[in-house]
Design a protein around this ligand. Structure first.
Ligand code: MN
Length: 229
């Protein structure tokens, strides 16, 4: 019986092995991902059993490596992705306009894709925050503060999910991992109607059920200033 997917752990990988695995997997048309973690290389591979087997062979013959392979459940990937690498920056700007909101921005393709989140982000996975898609902004706007704007959080992010970016955004479901000062861990943006999305914290070690990060940490991460009511 064909194994639908495998998870391989390569101990003491050569530094160039990650990129070589990506190249080989994409040549073979294998779907999944690779991640460097704690001195090992983790590989998830799925697709045609012959090509998954060919990638496994490639790992076994990589010079000076020890490989452990286990069958795992199919995850339904549509790409072979590199995990654990930064895709760009993110910023959240609190904006006291006619309607108070938080502008959540992700760097995608050289611009900041932007959503206006009236109640701001949450670290509580049970909370779904409305996020209205607004016009892209330039990266140069990321550090802007003014009388009505502060930089509420910023950092870098990793792209996740089974679909490559920016197609994931085009299809209305994007998963990503934030590394900011206030916002950390996995999040999802799920489109529910034209330009209307939900911003949802995923359940992981960075989730804080019952918390209200917007109320707990109102200060700017740049100036420590707060917006006055
Ligand atoms: Mn705004």
């Amino acid at each position: 019986m064909a194994v639908p997917a495998i998870r391989a752990v390569v101990v003491d990988p050569a530094p160039e092995l990650r990129d070589a695995v990506v190249t080989r997997a994409r040549e073979l048309g294998v779907m999944g991902w690779v991640r460097q973690q704690d001195g090992a290389l983790l590989v998830h591979a799925e697709g045609d059993p012959d090509t998954v087997g060919a990638l496994e062979e490639f790992l076994r013959h990589a010079l000076g490596t020890r490989v452990q392979t286990n069958p795992v459940a199919l995850e339904g990937h549509e790409q072979f992705a590199v995990r654990g690498v930064t895709a760009g920056v993110f910023v959240v700007q609190e904006h006291r306009a006619t309607a108070h909101h938080f502008d959540f921005r992700l760097e995608v393709g050289g611009v900041m894709r932007s959503w206006a989140v009236p109640k701001g982000p949450s670290l509580d996975p049970a909370v779904k925050r409305l996020a209205v898609e607004v016009e892209d902004h330039a990266l140069s706007h990321n550090t802007f503060e003014g009388r009505r704007v502060i930089v509420w959080d910023r950092g870098t992010y990793e792209q996740g999910g089974r679909v490559p970016w920016p197609e994931a955004l085009d299809r209305g479901h994007a998963v990503f991992v934030l590394a900011g000062e206030k916002l950390r861990g996995g999040f999802a943006l799920q489109r529910t109607a034209e330009r209307q999305w939900l911003l949802i914290k995923r359940r992981d070690e960075a989730a804080r059920p019952g918390s209200d990060i917007v109320a707990e940490r109102p200060e700017s991460v740049l100036s420590r200033r707060r917006l006055v009511q």
